[in-house]
Design a protein around this ligand. Structure first.
Ligand SMILES: N[C@@H](CCC(=O)N[C@@H](CS)C(=O)NCC(=O)O)C(=O)O
Length: 191
């Protein structure tokens, strides 16, 4: 959102050592944290909603706002899958979950997301209204980064051939100049 809105920011990733230090100090003991004017807030969802409100990634009307929330909550339906996978330490069981996810899990969730996309302009534009909102950003992040990481693949490699509208959406979003430039320059870290 900072990139899209041309807001100056520092994207601070931490090394293992810095992380240990941060956790030893008083504070939240979790990342991400957003620092603005010397004040800090934790919790990714609180952070992205705050930034979205501040920089115009929610529609100004209540109905549009609600529609964005619908998309965010539909994206969130993936969370149990993601937690189930990442909390599994046994590699054989992890592999089973991965396989199950590829075979059945992902389609149910992606079907629902695609239905929401179709509701606006037949799915040929953005999820809500006529401009990019937090809904588009979160769906892109889910499909571009989260799902491939679950499957042990590189970002942007998830096969969407069964979801034509979503496939076209991903291309459209990725070819936004500020997004493609960000993808080219962002630091390569696991999180
Ligand atoms: N609900 C929090 C979860 C944050 C979270 O669990 N972050 C991980 C890193 S991705 C963390 O800091 N874990 C604490 C730890 O490793 O001790 C959020 O969405 O921000």
């Amino acid at each position: 959102m900072f990139e899209l809105a041309s807001v100056e920011y520092e994207d601070k990733r931490v090394s293992e050592e810095e992380w240990a230090d941060m956790k030893a100090k008083p504070g939240f003991g979790q990342l991400p944290v957003l620092e603005i004017d010397g004040k800090e807030i934790p919790q990714s969802r609180a952070i992205y909603r705050y930034v979205a409100r501040k920089h115009g990634f929610y529609p100004s009307d209540d109905w549009g706002h609600a529609l964005v929330e619908v998309v965010l909550e539909t994206v969130r339906d993936f969370d149990p899958e993601v937690s189930r996978f990442f909390s599994q330490t046994d590699s054989t069981k992890r592999e089973e979950i991965r396989k199950e996810f590829i075979d059945k899990g992902s389609n149910k969730y992606l079907d629902n997301i695609e239905k929401l996309l179709k509701n606006t302009n037949g799915g040929t534009g953005w999820f809500v209204g006529e401009k990019i909102s937090l809904a588009d950003i979160l769906v892109f992040y889910l499909i571009y980064d989260v799902i491939p990481s679950l499957l042990g693949k590189e970002p942007g490699t998830f096969d969407l051939s069964n979801h034509e509208l979503l496939h076209a959406f991903m291309k459209r979003f990725k070819s936004e100049p500020k997004i493609s430039s960000w993808l080219g320059k962002r630091p390569k870290t696991p999180f």
